[in-house]
Design a protein around this ligand. Structure first.
Ligand SMILES: Cc1cc2nc3c(=O)[nH]c(=O)nc-3n(C[C@H](O)[C@H](O)[C@H](O)COP(=O)(O)OP(=O)(O)OC[C@H]3O[C@@H](n4cnc5c(N)ncnc54)[C@H](O)[C@@H]3O)c2cc1C
Ligand code: SF4
Ligand code: SF4
Length: 518
């Protein structure tokens, strides 16, 4: 291996303005918006990753890129941006910060010296991250734009076999990026053995026991943090495997299951008890509230209720929800799907479902969404990867009816969507009833959003628009000793936001059980 890959020897060349680099930066998609940045710092203030690692400052990276200084793309933690887009949402100047981060990563990936420098710094960044979260490898694996073969360096054999069997046309992303990602994944894979979570303090004498409901990124981060501080934590999880969307949402070709399993195992080894196959129901929740066994509860049940289209034909055989399909695929229960697949929804979950359908052997996969191509909610690069693999993307169409033969799906009738949002930006689709098309299909996968399932709370915990209400600074709910965070609070968001919510809640729970709450 190139020695500078580990030592980061390329560093010295990267501290000056480089006209060539500047030229390349301004050639990136959306780079013209850089000119409007006035360094207010809002992107950094809004960035959940910055809350975990204070050296990570998107505004600084933006400034260096704007000036054309190469080490813009070589901050130690640069590779850790997960494209959650909180930075972009807060920018008063409309700078597309998260898209620029992604583009800068790609630019660096094509520069051999930057590769060396970045990967050298990446080891340090990983170590720093591992002090703040229990899933540094899984998280970073997702942050890297996957190589087009999606397999990474250690993709599980089953995934590769099914992709090959499906004959999925796996197009090549840029060779440089591909190579860079492979090298980065190699660093990650080695770190899987290197990084141990062994800084737990011993059990606190007579320490309170704490219940965590849900074993996703939010729940396990809180459990890990509380356990490190000496508390006994029990995590309850209905599924046979822990990890939440890390395990059952994000497809295995993007994040191999064995990586998540290995990190979950470390959490268990540290001392967290995880009870899988154990959903918390109304009775159990009432018991938790009695305070007899647990002194505090953290609710982190995510958003697993699929939104329905509410159109005719949704109950036909062959009409499925993206989350059910992805869960079945990830748990190894589903390895085939129909031949003619239609995916409804233009978000990232729809993209994952479409690409997974290809890997399950579908002959054609077509995505349809209300939004125009520019308005599609998924990341641009994910759309491009899906298209490169053979997914046909059909923007500006809304489903009218799922057609069937009385038993099974046979197709979908679509009508043209003229606009999705009204003048004030509210969702208010307008259709052109005269413009219609019927698309043949034997499978329809609906991916139009998810919401939290909150029945077990017995309406005792306050909610707002279908999600749990919390004080965002402490994650406290209206009930004393009951905290909540992650997707169950805000609807489907991102891994980094869920992880930060878990950490914040853990801090508040410790203050609560120790009687230090202000
Ligand atoms: C297909 C897909 C792809 C995604 N890709 C990305 C990505 O690339 N990058 C990114 O940043 N984010 C991505 N996300 C979003 C990210 O996965 C979520 O924001 C994150 O997992 C939320 O974490 P959480 O812990 O709040 O919830 P979850 O991960 O959903 O975990 C909640 C857990 O609670 C359990 N649970 C539910 N009900 C109960 C109950 N009654 N009792 C006990 N346990 C219960 C669930 O089984 C689950 O294990 C993706 C999401 C999906 C669906
Ligand atoms: S929020 Fe926008 S204007 Fe402010 S520093 Fe970040 S990119 Fe610049
Ligand atoms: S996309 Fe998310 S992680 Fe990346 S800089 Fe923006 S806020 Fe931070």
């Amino acid at each position: 291996m190139n020695r500078s890959l580990v030592t980061g020897d390329g560093k010295k060349n990267y501290r000056r303005v480089d006209p060539d680099y500047k030229h390349k930066v301004y050639g990136l998609h959306n780079a013209d918006t850089l000119r409007f940045c006035y360094q207010c710092g809002t992107c950094t203030a809004n960035c959940p990753l910055s809350q975990l690692i204070d050296v990570y400052r998107p505004n600084k990276i933006i400034e260096l890129a704007r000036l054309g200084i190469r080490n813009a793309s070589q901050s130690n933690s640069f590779l850790l941006c997960s494209a959650c887009s909180q930075c972009t949402k807060g920018c008063p100047q409309g700078v597309k910060v998260h898209e620029l981060m992604h583009a800068l990563k790609e630019l660096a990936a094509g520069d051999e010296n930057a590769q060396n420098y970045l990967l050298g710094g990446f080891e340090d960044a990983l170590t720093a991250l591992s002090r703040e979260m229990p899933f540094p490898i899984s998280y970073c694996w997702i942050c890297l734009n996957p190589p087009a073969d999606g397999a990474g360096v250690i993709a599980d054999a089953a995934t590769q076999a099914s992709a090959a069997q499906a004959g999925a046309e796996v197009a090549s992303a840029e060779a440089d990026t591909d190579m860079f990602n492979k090298l980065a994944r190699d660093v990650l894979y080695r770190a899987l053995d290197r990084i141990e979570n062994n800084d737990r303090i011993s059990d606190k004498e007579g320490a309170a026991k704490i219940a965590v409901i849900g074993s996703g990124p939010a729940g396990l981060t809180a459990a890990w943090e509380l356990n490190k501080a000496g508390y006994a934590v029990t995590v309850f999880e209905p599924l046979p495997e822990a990890g939440g969307m890390f395990t059952v949402g994000i497809p295995t070709y993007r994040l191999p299951n064995d990586i998540v399993a290995s990190e979950v195992e470390k959490i268990i080894k540290q001392g967290v008890e995880i009870r899988t196959n154990t959903p918390v129901d109304k009775v159990m929740f009432s018991d938790f509230l009695s305070g007899e066994e647990f002194k505090a509860v953290f609710i982190a049940t995510g958003a697993h209720l699929a939104r329905k289209l509410r159109i005719e034909g949704e109950n036909l055989k062959g009409a499925v929800f993206a989350l059910d399909f992805l869960r079945g695929f990830n748990l190894g229960e589903i390895n085939s799907i129909g031949n003619k697949v239609v995916v409804i929804g233009g978000g990232n979950v729809g993209i994952d479902a479409a690409r997974t359908a290809l890997r399950c052997g579908a002959e054609t996969v077509q995505m349809f969404c209300l939004e125009s191509r520019d308005e599609m909610p998924s990341h641009e690069w994910e759309i491009q990867e899906a298209v490169a693999e053979g997914v046909l993307v059909n923007p500006s169409w809304g489903p009218k009816t799922i057609l069937g033969d009385g038993e099974k799906v046979t197709g979908v009738e679509f009508i043209r969507c003229k606009s999705v949002f009204d003048e004030s930006g509210r969702f208010s689709p307008v259709f052109d009833e005269k413009s219609r098309q019927v698309v043949e299909a034997d499978t329809v996968i609906t991916a139009i959003g998810q919401s939290p399932a909150l029945d077990f709370l017995r309406e005792m915990v306050e909610t707002e628009r279908g999600a749990i209400s919390v004080d965002p600074l402490t994650m406290r709910t209206n009930l004393p000793g009951v905290f909540a965070g992650g997707d169950t609070v805000g609807g489907t968001a991102s891994l980094i936001e869920a992880i930060v919510a878990g950490k914040t809640a853990a801090g508040s729970i410790i203050r609560y059980v120790e009687g230090n709450e202000s």
